[in-house]
Design a protein around this ligand. Sequence first.
Ligand SMILES: *Cc1c(COP(=O)(O)O)cnc(C)c1O
Length: 487
Amino acid sequence: MAFDDRLRPLPAQAGDLDREQFRRAGHELIDWIAGYLGRRERISVLPDVEPGELIDKLPASPPAVGTDLPDLLAEFERDILPHTVHWSHPRFMAYFAAGGSTPAVLAEALSAALNNVGLLWRSSPALAELEQVTLQWLARLLCLPESWFGIIHDTASTASLHAVIAARERAAVAARGAGGSLDLNRIVIYASDQAHSSIEKVTAALGRGLDACRKIASDDRFSMRPDALRAAIAEDLSNGLAPIAVVATVGTTPSTAVDPVDEIADIAAEHALWLHVDAAYGGAASILPEQRDLFAGCDRADSYVVNPHKWLFVSMDLSVLYSAHPGCFRAAFSLTPEYLRSRAHPRVVNYMEYAIPLGRRFRALKLWYVLRALGADRIAATIREHIRIAGLLAGWIDAEPDFELLAPAPFSLVCLRFRPARLSEAEADTASERLLDDVNATGEFFLSHAVLGGRFAIRVAIGNIGTTEQDVRRLWHLLQVLARKLP
Ligand SMILES: *Cc1c(COP(=O)(O)O)cnc(C)c1O
């Protein structure tokens, strides 16, 4: 007998929305997004709001009855949008620009529609295999060893945690092989004093506290000093501690400094330390042949993290962890309960065996969409243009006596300070902080800061796919005009 759904009428208000309603609202939403992403000038990048304002504005209880989608979009625009920072705006230049791209928006929608959960190859062959294909492509584009195994994580913080856990696993195996054991309460890792806070969080997460991440001094260009690394390892060994890993950064967060990865790799090899390279932001630049010198030695890494959600125009979140030793990750994380056991096959990759999460989003679809829609040449040209306009800005600052550059700018981040001769060092810091606030108060741009060598640095992070020379010229004009108005 044919199924007749008149026999089982659903209650009027159970279940999903009407498909036609969805279709109409979907078209409207895409129109809205296209308008939003195209709206450059008439929007304040940074909202003028106080903490708690949105909470106070919204009802304390959830709605019992649904609202029509068109009304919901209007409500979003009226109530929620004014509280957001416009991360996808070309004049968002704070932190590291992470604005995504239009193909990424479409891929997110598609991924939500499929809603695949990548537990195993079996639960979504497309997810498992597209992840392998796109990460192989990415390795090729970025000139990384193609033998590396790649896995997508949400963020670089998570990726680095996994890298150090794999390092610990390898060290434990080595210690057992030598007839001893690794004392988990004595492990230490190394990173420069410019490394990202996520590296310290790793040792905190491993129960060793922040101090177990040794901060190695950097030089006057903010790169890790290999002699200081050697000294720290020697001291820790003499105190009976157990060094397991060193993290080198290519493109530090405060100033995009580049650690001497080749020399650090030599030291890591001498002491059998795992070398993890954090190229979360900078890693995108190795798509350009003229930037590859900055990555010398990276092919010697045991693991390497790069965030396509930063400077490769993929929307948040998508971080890639590569490793030369996938077996160490499997040793740490492979544990398959009976209900997830599947037939072994030489071509099957079950990503759950390489990381903590079981359920995984179909992020590879987003990477595939962006790479296929934009193409490598367009991506490379955009990154090259960002580096060029960052260089222009650095040149203007260098030529202007009242301003100074506080760090080399090898990528597309420029760190500057207002430093007229009439001001003392401390006064220049205060003035620069004020200048940053004044720029942000215009709403035209959003910039953030860092402290470099004890000095207050205004960071201009160029990396949005739509940022042009025009934007950088306008910013430089604004910086000069507002600086003249400082008391
Ligand atoms: C941004 C950044 C991170 C953190 O990235 P998440 O993906 O937000 O965890 C780590 N390291 C460096 C060098 C970064 O620039």
